[in-house]
Design a protein around this ligand. Structure first.
Ligand code: F1P
Length: 353
């Protein structure tokens, strides 16, 4: 007899609820993250590939931001593993480092890039939440982030955790950027705890979108919040099958604005930082023309804004947005009558290409 019946979406929700604890686990690993950062710097590589597939690729995009801004001489290439395989294998050499991100450490394309890279002499690092995996065979550094297994198929806590670990590595690689990280992690954790505590408000908001007839999401982000926008739109698509897309925030004026209608919700990630005032202006413009908007920010909060964390790094604040957007996805999916724990046609690990 099957005693307890399963609550729809409980696995994914449990994963999301474990994000504050995951932040602590990563803090405990901070020394190993700094060692990995130092090992990459010491290699003095001519070229650094950051790679992965799906959500893990977006995680790689996010971790690249501090390097793109503060290490302009380092040739950083953020490319999905499949694209490296099809187009760039010949560019891999002993002068290159590969940092791969993978929840499972088993994804076919990512494994193959590491394998082919190793054959050509690359220095390979993998960031994963799997204690053991196939990728260990091809890794010089196997960075296991112990945040517990992910119950759901849709990536939630694993995305948050691997992105945070990746960012701590790249922030450490940027001179003068790794100071007082304890305080920043406290702020991030506090945001995660507060957000989770207020989850019923977020679920009601998401349910309201269904009642309003919202059937398309456009998620806008800039700098570090662009990969978060991509990840949020992927979450929405793979969980609720709704039409969702992501754009660099100001690109929205260059054509896509024509597609606005009453069934569209524009989600604007507007973290304080380099892009703040530009994106805020866009938000005001969209509000003035009567568009449905939801803003995520840590500045100038109003009734259409959900709060982000407020740390000294806009990369971390952008990351804090994904927790809110995971909860919105969860609420929207459940209110659509779908089971986020059993997404259609999605597999935990893609084993062929
Ligand atoms: C990559 C990935 C996941 C996705 C799906 C299939 O996996 O694209 O992001 O949720 O389940 O695989 P991994 O390399 O991070 O294990």
């Amino acid at each position: 007899m099957n005693g307890a019946s399963r609550v729809v979406g409980e696995k994914t929700l449990q994963d999301i609820m474990e994000i504050p604890r995951s932040i602590d686990a990563i803090r405990e690993n901070f020394d190993s993250l700094k060692e990995v950062a130092a090992s990459i710097v010491n290699r003095n590589c001519r070229c650094l590939y950051l790679t992965g597939c799906g959500s893990s690729y977006y995680s790689a995009m996010l971790m690249s931001i501090p390097l793109q801004i503060h290490r302009p001489k380092l040739n950083v290439r953020v490319i999905p593993s499949s694209e490296i395989l099809m187009y760039l294998i010949n560019t891999l050499s002993e002068e290159c480092c590969i940092v791969a991100i993978s929840r499972s450490g088993e994804t076919a394309e990512t494994l193959e890039v590491m394998k082919r890279g190793r054959e050509r002499g690359t220095y390979n690092v993998i960031i994963t939440i799997s204690e053991k995996s196939e990728s260990i065979k091809y890794a010089d550094e196997y960075l296991y982030i112990n945040v517990g297994v992910e119950r759901g198929i849709v990536m939630t806590k694993s995305f948050y955790s691997m992105s945070l670990a990746g960012l701590l590595i790249t922030l450490s690689m940027v001179a003068g950027k790794s100071s007082d990280m304890d305080l920043e992690l406290d702020r991030l954790k506090e945001h995660a705890i507060n957000t989770i505590e207020k989850r019923s408000i977020i679920f009601r908001l998401a349910e309201n979108y269904i009642n309003m007839g919202i059937n398309r999401f456009i998620v806008l982000g800039s700098g570090p919040s662009y990969p978060i926008a991509l990840e949020a739109s992927l979450k929405l698509k793979e969980s609720s099958y709704v039409a969702a897309e992501a754009m660099h925030a100001l690109e929205f004026r260059h054509g896509p604005i024509a597609t606005l209608d009453k069934n569209v919700l524009v989600v604007i990630i507007n973290q304080d930082g380099k892009s703040y005032s530009y994106v805020y202006k866009l938000y005001e413009e969209l509000r003035n023309i009567g568009a449905n908007v939801l803003r995520l920010s840590n500045k100038d909060l109003d009734e259409d804004t959900l709060p982000l964390s407020k740390t000294s790094y806009e990369e971390l604040d952008a990351l804090s947005a994904i927790l809110l957007l995971q909860l919105i996805t969860y609420g929207y999916t459940v209110a659509s009558g779908l089971d986020i724990d059993s997404p259609r046609r999605l597999v935990r690990v893609v084993t062929h290409y």
